[in-house]
Design a protein around this ligand. Structure first.
Ligand code: NAP
Ligand code: G4F
Length: 332
């Protein structure tokens, strides 16, 4: 029997990969979209016509109840968020309303309109913040360092609470950073790969950056959406860390991206205090043993391959026809 899924945040990086993945499994996919003054379908354009669109906003409970009533989904993936950490300091209230209260709104909509739907919450490694142990696992205590991290921590615990209070099939995936050619331009990986391409092509002369010493556990978004789905196919609802088990500095990321276009990053990168955060998460490194053992989840794309895939895509985007044999090309 055909399954159905409702995805919030479907126009974002993860939402677009998840929609493709579920369509490939013959799901009927409903996408929640909020009203925007200009179209924002760039990531999802190629499958837009296969999605059943429902208007709604995570801050508007009535629109969410309507969405769940209309879709009657077997599975709900709550990916919508104000997801950029740096913006959460100048916009702490909006971040809380969307990224924290938006989660309980979505859980309420499911509880009221389709309580047997399976629910996935996009929790984040940002909750570990000033890390209390390394590597981080499902049992590592949280110490969030940004309004975004605090909001995600609320979203995480309210998901656990609805599972325990109402016997809902609710799972939280504690996902470490994951990237792709569809990553928003403001996030560090895309900012760097886009700049490397533009500098190589003579379209930009320097790259202004914040803290190059921060370490992240970076994976590929296409691999991570499979983990979301696997969680909802499990016999019991539970929470899982999804990560690569490797950590790299921002400087290593910059080095690989510039190496790929044959340049030395030291000639172009300038440190700018404007990009340094009021409180930093210095180190993230996840241990995803539980997901590997219980879900059978596996990683396919490694760090260097990911960065090179993104630079290559940005080079192509700006019209370069560099066609070196053997380079990774995004096929989906
Ligand atoms: P993203 O590209 O920033 O996408 C965010 C999505 O949320 C967009 O579709 C956006 O819609 C939607 N949205 C924002 N505010 C909304 C509102 N008030 N109502 C309805 N929709 C709203 O984020 P992503 O990287 O795909 O991440 C997906 C989720 O995973 C997010 O919850 C993020 O916090 C979490 N997460 C991400 C990572 C990562 O490394 N990518 C790691 C851990 C957790 P518009 O297109 O209209 O803006
Ligand atoms: O790419 P970022 O902005 O991602 P961040 O803050 O780690 O958050 C991402 O991952 C989280 C999971 O851990 C998600 F929950 C969240 O939604 C988002 O997807 O920054 C990564 C690191 C930070 O330490 C930052 O200080 O890069 C450092 N950085 C240094 N210079 C910079 C810059 N980040 C950005 N965005 N821009 C810079 O110029």
């Amino acid at each position: 029997m055909t399954k159905s899924a409702l995805i919030t945040g479907v126009t974002g990086q993860d939402g677009s990969y998840l929609a493709e993945f579920l369509l490939g499994k013959d799901y009927k996919v409903y996408g929640l979209r909020r009203r925007t003054s200009t179209p924002n379908f760039e990531n999802i354009e190629h499958v837009k016509d296969q999605i059943e669109w429902i208007d709604g906003d995570l801050t508007d409970l009535s629109s969410l109840i309507n969405a769940v009533q209309q879709a009657q989904p077997d599975e709900v993936y709550n990916l919508a968020a104000q997801s950029f950490v740096a913006t959460s300091w100048p916009q702490p209230i909006a971040t809380s309303q969307i990224t924290a209260v938006g989660v309980v709104n979505m859980l309420e909509a499911v509880r009221i309109a389709k309580p047997d739907a399976r629910f996935y919450q996009a929790s984040s490694s940002e909750m570990f913040g000033k890390v209390l142990e390394t590597p981080q696992t499902e049992t590592t205590p949280f110490w969030p360092r940004s309004p975004y991290g605090v909001a995600k921590t609320y979203g995480h615990w309210i998901t656990v609470n609805y599972r325990e209070s109402f016997d809902m099939f609710a799972c939280a995936g504690i996902l470490f950073n994951h990237e792709s050619p569809r990553r928003g331009m403001e996030f560090v990986t895309r900012k760097v790969t886009d700049a490397a391409a533009r500098i190589k092509l003579g379209l930009q002369s320097e790259l202004r950056m914040g803290n190059l010493d921060a370490k992240r556990d970076w994976g590929y978004a296409g691999d991570y959406v499979k983990a979301m789905w696997l969680m909802l196919q499990s016999d019991e609802p539970d929470d899982y860390v999804i990560s690569t088990g490797e950590t790299h500095t921002v400087e290593e990321l910059v080095d690989i991206a510039f190496q790929y276009v044959g340049l030395d990053w030291r000639d172009y990168v300038v440190t700018d205090p404007k990009f340094v955060r009021p409180a930093e998460v210095d180190l993230l490194l996840g241990d995803c043993t539980k997901a590997k053992e219980k879900l059978g989840w596996e990683l396919e794309v490694g760090f260097r391959e990911l960065v090179e895939m993104m630079v290559e895509s940005d080079l192509n985007h700006y019209g370069s026809r560099q066609q070196t044999p053997g380079l990774y090309r995004e096929t989906s």
